[in-house]
Design a protein around this ligand. Structure first.
Ligand code: HPA
Ligand code: ZN
Length: 327
C-alpha cells in the first residue's frame, strides 16, 4: 500500500513554502544570517512542535521564518521542497508564500519572490515539476496592508497565479478583505482563502459569497451546515484539506474522526495536502498514508483524491487531461 501511495501521481495545492522549513535548515540559516532563535538545539525546536491551536503554531512559524533573509535562502527552502516532491511523485504544485511575513521584517518583496521563482524554474527544468505561486495576505493585518502588498505584486504578476488569505482565522473573517479580493480578481488573479479551519462555516460562506473564491483552503467545518455541503457539491468548489495539520492544530480531535472521506462520499471535491509539513510531521505521502491507516481509505478512494488534486488545480483543461491520463 505504501508503494501504491508512493507511486500515485499527485498534485499539492495547499502548501506554505515557509512551512517547509526543517529545523536543520532553520539553524543553518540562523547561523549564516546571525539570527538569534528562541531555541538552542534542533531537538528543542522539535519538542516545541506540540501545538494547542493554530495561533500556537503560527508563533513558531513566524519565529522560524525570521531566518530567511537573502534571495538564496528562499531559493534553498523552495528547492529542498521540490526535491521532496520528486521523491514523493508530486508532479504539480501550487505553492503559497507570505510576502508580508518578510516585508514586515524589511526584506524586499522582490528578494522573496525571486528566490522562490528561481527554484520553481529549476524544478520545472530539472525535475519536470510544474508549479504555480499563490500570494497570501496575512488576515491579522489590515486590508490596507493587503492593498499595499497587492500593488507591490503587480510588477511580478506573470509569476503569480493567484492570491489567498491565511494566518489567524477567528476574528478576521473574509468580509474584512472583500475590496482587496475584488481588485485582485480584476487584475486577473485566481482567488482562494483559508476558511473553516478554526472558524465556523460562516467563514466558508463569506469566502464563497463575498470573495468569490475558486477554492476553499481547509473548509472542514462545512459539515456543520448541510446546505453548505450541498452547495459545495453542486458547484464543485474544491476543498484543499490537510489531514495531519488538522490533527496537529487540534481542528480535529484525532485522525479517525477526520471527515475527509465522509465529504468525499458526499461528492465534495476534496483534495489531500500537507500545509506546513516541516511542522506537522509529514509531507504529502504521509497525509495519504494517515487516511489509509486511520480511516481505512481504499485504493479507489486514494486514487480519486489524487485525481481530484489535478482536477482542482489551476492547470489548463489540456494540462489536467495530460495528468489524468496517467492514472
Ligand atoms: N492556517 C492558517 N495560516 C497558515 C497556516 C494554516 O494552516 N499555515 C501557514 N499559515
Ligand atoms: Zn494553510
Amino acid at each position: 500500500m505504501n508503494n501504491f501511495i508512493q507511486n500515485l501521481p499527485k498534485a499539492e495545492l495547499h502548501l506554505h513554502i515557509e512551512g517547509t522549513l526543517e529545523p536543520e535548515l532553520m539553524f543553518k540559516l540562523a547561523h549564516k544570517n546571525d539570527v538569534i532563535l528562541p531555541y538552542k538545539t534542533i531537538q528543542e525546536v522539535r519538542d516545541a512542535y506540540n501545538f494547542s491551536s493554530l495561533q500556537s503554531f503560527l508563533d513558531l512559524y513566524y519565529a522560524g521564518a525570521s531566518v530567511l533573509i537573502e534571495e538564496s535562502d528562499f531559493f534553498e527552502l523552495t528547492w529542498a521542497y521540490l526535491q521532496k516532491c520528486k521523491e514523493q511523485t508530486i508532479l504539480h504544485v501550487e505553492i503559497f508564500f507570505d510576502p508580508q511575513t518578510h516585508t514586515k521584517r524589511g526584506i524586499a518583496f522582490e528578494t522573496v519572490l525571486k528566490g522562490i521563482v528561481k527554484a520553481l524554474q529549476k524544478g520545472k527544468k530539472e525535475l519536470g515539476i510544474s508549479s504555480f505561486l499563490i500570494m497570501c495576505f496575512l488576515r491579522h493585518l489590515s486590508e490596507e496592508e493587503a492593498f499595499k502588498t497587492l500593488q507591490e505584486s503587480l510588477a511580478f504578476k506573470h509569476h503569480i497565479i493567484g492570491v489567498g488569505l491565511d494566518s489567524s482565522e477567528v476574528g478576521h473573517p473574509p468580509s474584512k478583505f472583500e475590496r482587496v479580493f475584488k481588485m485582485a480578481r480584476q487584475e486577473g488573479y485566481k482567488v482562494v482563502a483559508h476558511a473553516g479551519e478554526e472558524g465556523d462555516n460562516s467563514y466558508i460562506w463569506e469566502a464563497i459569497k463575498l470573495l468569490h473564491v475558486n477554492r476553499i483552503d481547509h473548509g472542514i467545518r462545512c459539515d456543520e451546515d448541510a446546505t453548505l455541503v450541498d452547495f459545495l457539491v453542486q458547484k464543485q468548489i474544491p476543498l484543499t484539506v490537510c489531514p495531519l495539520s488538522n490533527v496537529k492544530l487540534k481542528a480535529v480531535l484525532n485522525m479517525p474522526k477526520h471527515n475527509i472521506l465522509s465529504l468525499l462520499k458526499q461528492g465534495v471535491l476534496v483534495t489531500v495536502n500537507s500545509d506546513d509539513p516541516a511542522y506537522f510531521g509529514g509531507y504529502l505521502n504521509e497525509n495519504y498514508a494517515a487516511l489509509k491507516e486511520h480511516l481505512n481509505a481504499s485504493k479507489k478512494e486514494l486514487t480519486t483524491l489524487a485525481k481530484n488534486s489535478f482536477q482542482a488545480s489551476f492547470l489548463s483543461e489540456n494540462e489536467k487531461q495530460h495528468y489524468l491520463s496517467l492514472f
